[in-house]
Design a protein around this ligand. Structure first.
Ligand SMILES: Cc1cc2nc3c(=O)[nH]c(=O)nc-3n(C[C@H](O)[C@H](O)[C@H](O)COP(=O)(O)OP(=O)(O)OC[C@H]3O[C@@H](n4cnc5c(N)ncnc54)[C@H](O)[C@@H]3O)c2cc1C
Length: 430
């Protein structure tokens, strides 16, 4: 049994059924069941490389091999569709969401195996040279791209970032510290958010001063083998399949063509990318929660308490029903937003995507907590997947924007957005 909302998406887009079968076959071959902490952990990066050979890292490609965007119906679009393993260009985001949901059913750490991931920003906004290099590494070879936004003093507050790229005309010199961030050991390159400043500004701007807050954000593609990039790892509570830690940039010299978009385009790139990405992380968690509900229902049917099965205890059924309802509602919301992103592109509703990620990861966490409880002491051990899922989803309630901040984004857009006080639903006049 799989979430009926997942089935509903597939029935709306039968063109994606071959794609989901390929993802499922891949997972069946290499991550056959849910991962527990007690078992040997899958070799995640090696699996991503296998996924690249199976054509499962580039299906969401925003452009063709030579960097051209795929225009509707044109040869570039047909080339993009062929390269994307048959995923139609107008269904790339939905396909990515389906892959994330299926990955999450096996393990939250499987989230990095499929798609271009954060490499999509370099592929979408990079110069042709960057696009070619990132495509070869991240799509063809199955290497991993990371994103470095957070800094030790400022994770949620993007304007407070202090990493600077000093513009020396023909090159940039990048200095600063990022963390805590994912993939510091595995990624072969990072999209780094920073402030581009002139050398004379560097001399007068106090890095922690208010003037620095006014400098607009920029984004750079930084290959990890560039001289001056250093890493340091930390021990996370969950999501341990991929490293977490700090990146240090010690006067890293980068050609100007490493810029994504123009200087100052960073916030636009961040919002456009993270709206979709947050929905992907939401769907990873919803996949994990759905698997938990199914496993818990199977156990509740078999387990007897007194003369009846656990499933017949009204409060058990009610809690499982509540969890299933919340998870299905969040799944429907996430896919409906992905469909809007397919249609509207950059006109994406950032606030709704932010709140949907928060709602989905919170609902998933509650569902897994109920599942753990209904597995009794077994659920509290490392040989069921419940405790690992709980720790993993816990991380995704902070990563990619802490949930409380993301709910506030929706509230803010309703309170002071373009139409403050407008009803959420237009009423028909009597
Ligand atoms: C597992 C994991 C992986 C991560 N991976 C990456 C990565 O790959 N790249 C990257 O750049 N970053 C990454 N991060 C960092 C993450 O984006 C930040 O931790 C997050 O944005 C919060 O920033 P902070 O840790 O500085 O917390 P703070 O900004 O100090 O916030 C602390 C807490 O205060 C509350 N809070 C903050 N702001 C608000 C607000 N506006 N409204 C309401 N409450 C608020 C929230 O509860 C928040 O958790 C990762 C984090 C985790 C846990």
């Amino acid at each position: 049994m799989i979430s009926s909302e997942f089935r509903a998406v597939l029935s709306r887009y039968p063109a994606l059924s071959g794609f989901t079968s390929r993802v499922t076959d891949f997972l069946d071959a290499y991550v056959a069941g849910p991962v527990t902490e007690d078992a040997a952990q899958p070799p995640w990066l090696a699996l991503r490389k296998r996924a690249a050979r199976a054509g499962l890292t580039g299906f969401d490609l925003p452009c063709t091999r030579d960097g051209r965007a795929g225009g509707p119906g044109g040869p570039a679009e047909r080339e993009a569709e062929a390269a994307a393993g048959g995923v139609p260009p107008d269904l790339r985001r939905v396909a990515q969401g389906l892959a994330m949901y299926l990955a999450g059913r096996r393990d939250c750490d499987a989230r990095e195996v499929f798609s271009t991931g954060h490499g999509a920003m370099a592929l979408r906004y990079g110069t042709p040279g960057t696009v070619r290099a990132v495509r070869e590494r991240v799509v063809d070879r199955g290497e991993l791209a990371g994103v470095a936004s957070s800094e030790p003093h400022s994770g949620s507050d993007l304007r407070g970032l202090r990493t600077v790229a000093v513009d020396h005309g023909d090159h940039l010199l990048l200095s600063g510290r990022k963390g805590l961030i994912s993939r510091v050991e595995e990624a072969s390159g990072f999209v780094v958010f920073c402030k581009v400043i002139a050398p004379e500004q560097a001399a007068v701007l106090a890095v922690d001063g208010t003037e620095m807050r006014e400098v607009p954000l920029s984004a750079l593609w930084v290959p990890m083998d560039t001289a001056g990039v250093l890493t340091e790892t930390a021990a996370p509570l969950g999501l341990r399949g991929w490293s977490l830690g700090h990146l240090y940039f010690d006067g890293v010299r980068l050609a100007k063509d490493r810029l994504l978009g123009a200087p100052g385009d960073g916030r636009r790139i961040f919002d456009a990318h993270f709206s979709g990405w947050r929905l992907m992380m939401a769907l990873v968690c919803l996949g994990a929660a759905t698997a938990t509900i199914e496993e818990t229902m199977a156990r509740a049917r078999q387990r007897s308490v007194g003369r009846t099965s656990l499933a017949n205890v009204p409060s058990v059924a009610s809690r499982l029903g509540t969890a299933a309802a919340e998870v299905q509602a969040a799944t429907a919301w996430c896919f409906s937003l992905l469909e809007r992103i397919e249609r509207e592109g950059d006109g994406v509703d950032v606030a709704a995507c932010s709140a949907a990620k928060a709602l989905a990861t919170d609902a998933s966490y509650r569902a897994v907590d109920i599942g753990l409880q209904l597995h009794g002491s077994d659920g509290y051990t490392r040989h069921t997947p419940m405790e690992k899922r709980l720790r993993d989803i816990r991380g995704l309630r902070i990563a990619d924007g802490p949930n409380d901040a993301l709910y506030s984004v929706l509230a803010h857009s309703l309170l002071v957005g373009p139409h403050p006080g407008a009803p959420l639903v237009a009423q028909r006049r009597p």
